[in-house]
Design a protein around this ligand. Structure first.
Ligand SMILES: O=C(O)CCC(=O)C(=O)O
Ligand SMILES: [Fe+2]
Length: 327
């Protein structure tokens, strides 16, 4: 696959790197760094090149291979996996808004819900059932990585008992936690579809991509910076739910995906750790909302026109407003 770079002169985000092996070893300096990064940037690289966790990278490479085959299938075949749910099955291109005003999105996805993987549900997509050991291993490792970071954050904040973040992410409670495989088919850069600006709904997103296209706006700034793909690393970002659970102490960075080449398909993988459906938090506008409601309402917002999206702080998790205030 050709490695395309963004246009000369583009800004590159100067993100910090957290070493997962040092978090596993409960290294106090790395734990403190994780807290700082979640408060300041809400976005970081996670180094996974340690034998304790590197199987996740081998699994990821195999999942990318499977994605190349799956997404090459005709749309009507993939539509057989469409379950009209945001956490399960296939979503075609154009369901939500793209990054340019008036344009629809330029990506399709296949989603594998954590709960269905754990129960080895008969409703899992056929392609996932055919590689059930691979997906089982990959999802459990993604889950372990995200839970380890959550537990670390509870520790460094000295949270106790029911206040600890992991107590809002118990495995035996229903949640919208899901693995999403994303494919951005080749498109004319000028068409500008991509993936509209947003903050993530859930708590922590573990993202794998070997290609350019992802951009973010650092809190307090109003310009877009590319996130450079980096071998051996995942990209992690804090989502709305963890930002709200932290009393808005953590930042949930605004991001989007734009096409950087006319002749390149783009693949990415996101594991969205989300809280239990029934917990409550205070949203952008200070309203008490159930986690499952925030998830469902925000997905409705992803499909609204750009004009309607601009009327609400939901799409941007309040982060854009924070930018305007500080600008
Ligand atoms: O494809 C990517 O690199 C990012 C996707 C993303 O931001 C999302 O699905 O929430
Ligand atoms: Fe995202």
């Amino acid at each position: 696959m050709p490695m395309r770079t963004p246009p000369a002169g583009s800004r590159i985000a100067p993100l910090e790197t957290i070493d997962f092996a040092r978090l596993l070893a409960r290294d106090p300096a790395e734990q403190a760094k994780l807290l700082d990064v979640c408060i300041r940037d809400g976005f970081y690289y996670l180094d996974l090149q340690n034998p304790a966790i590197s199987k996740i990278l081998e699994n990821k490479a195999q999942v990318v291979k499977m994605m190349e085959e799956y997404f090459a299938l005709p749309n009507d075949v993939k539509m057989a996996d469409n379950r009209r749910k945001h956490t399960h099955g296939f979503k075609p291109v154009g369901t939500f808004t793209g990054f340019k005003d008036g344009a629809r999105d330029g990506y399709e996805t296949l989603k594998v819900a954590y709960a269905e993987m754990v129960s080895h549900s008969e409703f899992l997509p056929t392609v996932v059932k055919e590689k059930e050991d691979l997906f089982d291993s990959f999802i459990h490792l993604c889950h372990l990585v995200n839970k380890t970071m959550l537990i670390t954050l509870s520790d460094v904040l000295h949270l106790q008992g029911a206040d600890r973040f992991e107590m809002h992410h118990r495995e035996d409670k229903p949640s919208n936690t899901t693995l999403v495989l994303l494919h951005y088919p080749q498109q004319d850069i000028q068409e500008g579809m991509g993936h509209n600006k947003h903050t993530d709904i859930g708590s922590l997103t573990l993202l794998f991509t070997e290609q350019w296209g992802l951009q973010l706006q650092q809190p307090g700034t109003a310009h877009w910076e590319f996130v450079a793909p980096r071998d051996g690393h995942a990209i992690v970002n804090v989502g709305d739910s963890l930002r709200f659970l932290s009393g808005k102490k953590f930042n949930s960075c605004l991001h989007r995906v734009i096409p950087v080449a006319n002749d390149e398909d783009r693949y990415s993988i996101a594991y969205f750790l989300r809280p239990e459906n029934d917990i409550h938090f205070e949203d952008v506008d200070g309203n008490k909302v159930k986690a499952a409601q925030w998830h469902d309402d925000k997905y409705v917002m992803f499909g609204e026109s750009h004009e309607n999206q601009a009327k609400s702080a939901m799409l941007t998790g309040g982060m854009e407003r924070a930018i305007e205030i500080s600008a």
